[in-house]
Design a protein around this ligand. Structure first.
Ligand code: GDP
Length: 360
């Protein structure tokens, strides 16, 4: 029924996320239980099943498709003898590697610290009751307190840095408005190739003659009052069922999307679920109220299109481009299309201004 389908989909996605993070999945285990076990997360029998799978496959990591408490994490780790992580820390790991701008990186760091904080608490007692093996004892209360304070301090510093970056961003925003510098945002499901394309388009050696793009990184880029300049911003955070904390954490990176003149929706043509991924990204855009923006669908990784690609591709309506960011295929055509979108519209705007003036 529906619930099972949902679990299937969610587990499939977890597998793909794990792959993105560099792990190979050897087994997927689903627990059919109404309630999550507060201590063990899964039931005892399931835990034993997992232990045997781990023993046979020599797996060295278990990823749980939930957010786990510190107790559940530690108890499972002790029982299974391998590293346990949950969905949130897996996603944080992926974001940490994919965040490109300074602000994005700081936001991931902040989210990681916030995630760690409640997981520092009170481990020692619980573990000693389970008979804890070597290296499983939690730190003493004093050590915990010091750790906690250090994290709070670090969080505070990060928050302040992000705040001042936001201020700079606001200032730049009004400057950009004045100078009419167009902004383009890359959106797209994780692993679609946004960063690769971002790097390619902002790499001055590749595009030295046609340096259209500057990055939106608040601290490093310089403003050039030129009509040929377009700002390109990178976004993190497009993933199905993004844990609630993380939605909040990445809100401001996604804010840029709303201010954009054009969205480049990057799609992984090699993934047979790319239509579903397009849908998910569109949902995020809707929730940001950015679904009315002008969008270009960029089908990336055309060097390894999935099966039945053409059939699926033809169901997408709108402006489309086929490229390979990695192998630099179709890039000049893409730039042409982007220019047409941006400057074509601008010319129309410029012409319409005197007309309006005359009509007053
Ligand atoms: P992001 O999560 O959307 O920023 O994706 P990345 O830019 O990090 O790319 C994810 C993976 O896809 C990386 O391993 C890239 O090397 C790979 N990739 C990007 N573009 C292409 C492409 O055109 N063809 C192929 N085969 N791989 C690509």
């Amino acid at each position: 029924d529906n619930i099972i389908l949902e679990i299937d989909h969610s587990m499939e996605e977890l597998k793909e996320l794990a792959y993105t993070a560099g792990a190979t999945t050897v087994a997927m285990v689903v627990q059919n239980k109404e309630k999550v076990d507060n201590t063990f997360y899964v039931g005892k029998g399931k835990l034993e099943e997992l232990r045997i799978i781990i023993q046979n496959s020599k797996a060295n990591l278990v990823i749980c498709n939930d957010e786990l408490s510190s107790i559940q994490l530690k108890v499972m780790e002790t029982y299974l003898g391998v590293k346990i992580i949950d969905r949130t820390s897996l996603i944080l790991d992926i974001f940490a590697r994919h965040a490109k701008t300074k602000e994005g990186k700081l936001q991931v760091e902040l989210a990681q610290l916030r995630y760690r904080l409640p997981r520092l608490l009170g481990l020692g007692k619980v573990l000693s009751r389970t008979g804890g093996g070597i290296g499983t004892r939690g730190p003493g209360e004093k050590k915990l307190e010091t750790d906690r304070r250090a994290i709070y301090k670090e969080i505070n510093i990060l928050e302040n840095r992000i705040k001042s970056m936001k201020k700079i961003r606001e200032q730049q925003k009004s400057k950009r408005k004045k100078n009419q510098v167009p902004i383009i945002s890359l959106v797209g499901y994780t692993n679609a190739g946004k960063s690769t394309l971002f790097n390619l388009l902002t790499d001055s050696t590749v595009l030295s003659e046609n340096k259209l793009f500057a990055t939106l990184d608040a601290t490093t880029r310089k403003f050039k009052d030129s009509d040929q300049e377009i700002l390109l911003s990178d976004t993190v955070g497009f993933i199905d069922k993004l844990p609630h904390d993380l939605v909040k954490a990445f809100e401001s990176t996604l804010e840029g999307v709303v201010e954009s003149d054009l969205l480049l929706h990057v799609i992984d043509s090699s993934n047979e679920n790319f239509l579903k991924q397009i849908q998910l990204v569109d949902e995020v855009l809707r929730s940001l109220k950015a679904d009315h923006k002008k969008v270009m669908y960029i089908f990336n990784k055309v060097d390894k299109k999935c099966e039945n690609f053409e059939e699926k591709y033809s169901t997408i309506r709108g402006i489309k481009a086929m490229i390979s960011a990695k192998y630099e295929i179709g890039i000049s055509e893409l730039l042409g299309l982007i220019q047409k979108q941006i400057y074509g519209e601008r010319l129309v705007k410029q012409i319409s201004i005197p007309y309006e003036d005359m009509s007053i």
